[in-house]
Design a protein around this ligand. Structure first.
Ligand code: GTP
Length: 236
């Protein structure tokens, strides 16, 4: 039986913890423990982490002083910082990790080469994909979806601050309803903000299931790969 392979996308913003900025090592350690459960169960794991705890391209460029393209490159650099931090936390727990960046920065990490990434995964190493797609105007969700497809992942897990997809914003509406399963077309609807349209379209075209779950629920990732979708939403 071939091994299960997943790509887990973590929110960068959530890494900041209480302080609201930078990298909280206790959160890094928590995430590393969650990933370790997958590795210990024989799952091949690719990881993408956002950069929102440090800088977001769109926000950096909001008053026009910083161009959007530069803002996005700043955001890509932020994801490299997070990737290096996560590499340390995973290695701290004894896992083998390689960071691959979409933008060449050879003193810091490897450059993204899909065939090499797949070999690393086959050897039981976690591969963290950094620097987004290497292009401005693409989100880290899109980068994660792209990498998931490239490495032939069985699913992408969007591990975030909410526990699934709602029919309307649960922070604004008390009667917001969690959807346990929805189609790609439903996920593209205006009121559903699960991922940006580019990532959903890419996932749809390649039949890649998207699972949305709460990254802070202990054991969530493992239960998902074991087929329990009760505490998340699935788009397929
Ligand atoms: P194998 O081919 O399976 O032996 O993979 P490997 O990753 O162990 O071998 P390699 O010799 O490619 O890498 C050894 C170490 O150097 C690993 O920790 C890599 O992450 C790191 N490494 C490889 N290429 C680069 C690079 O271009 N830049 C940086 N900074 N590190 C690299």
């Amino acid at each position: 039986m071939s091994k299960q392979r997943v790509l887990v996308k973590f929110s960068g913003e959530a890494l900041a913890g209480e302080s609201g900025y930078g990298v909280d090592t206790s959160i890094l350690k928590f995430i590393a423990e969650e990933i370790k459960q997958l590795v210990d169960n024989g799952v091949e794991v690719g990881v993408v982490i956002g950069g929102g705890n440090i800088i977001r391209g769109v926000t950096a460029a909001k008053d026009g002083i910083i161009k959007r393209t530069s803002g996005d490159y700043m955001g890509m650099l932020a994801t490299v910082i997070n990737a290096v931090a996560m590499q340390e936390a995973l290695e701290y727990l004894g896992m083998k990790v390689r960071v691959q960046s979409a933008i060449k920065m050879e003193q810091i990490c490897e450059t993204f080469i899909v065939r090499k990434a797949v070999r690393h995964l086959e050897k039981g190493r976690i591969v963290i994909f950094a620097a987004g797609t290497g292009n401005p105007f693409f989100t880290t969700d899109t980068a994660a979806t792209l990498r998931a497809i490239e490495i032939g992942a069985d699913m992408i897990i969007k591990a975030t601050k909410v526990d699934g997809v709602y029919d309307k914003d649960p922070n604004k509406y008390n009667d917001a309803r969690k959807l346990s399963q929805l189609s790609y077309d439903e996920a593209l609807a205006d009121n559903i903000k699960v991922m940006d349209d580019t990532s959903i379209a890419l996932a749809k075209e390649n039949n890649l299931p998207i699972v949305v779950c709460d990254m802070f629920k202990k054991g969530n990732l493992l239960s998902i790969i074991q087929g329990d979708y009760n505490r998340c939403s699935i788009v397929k």
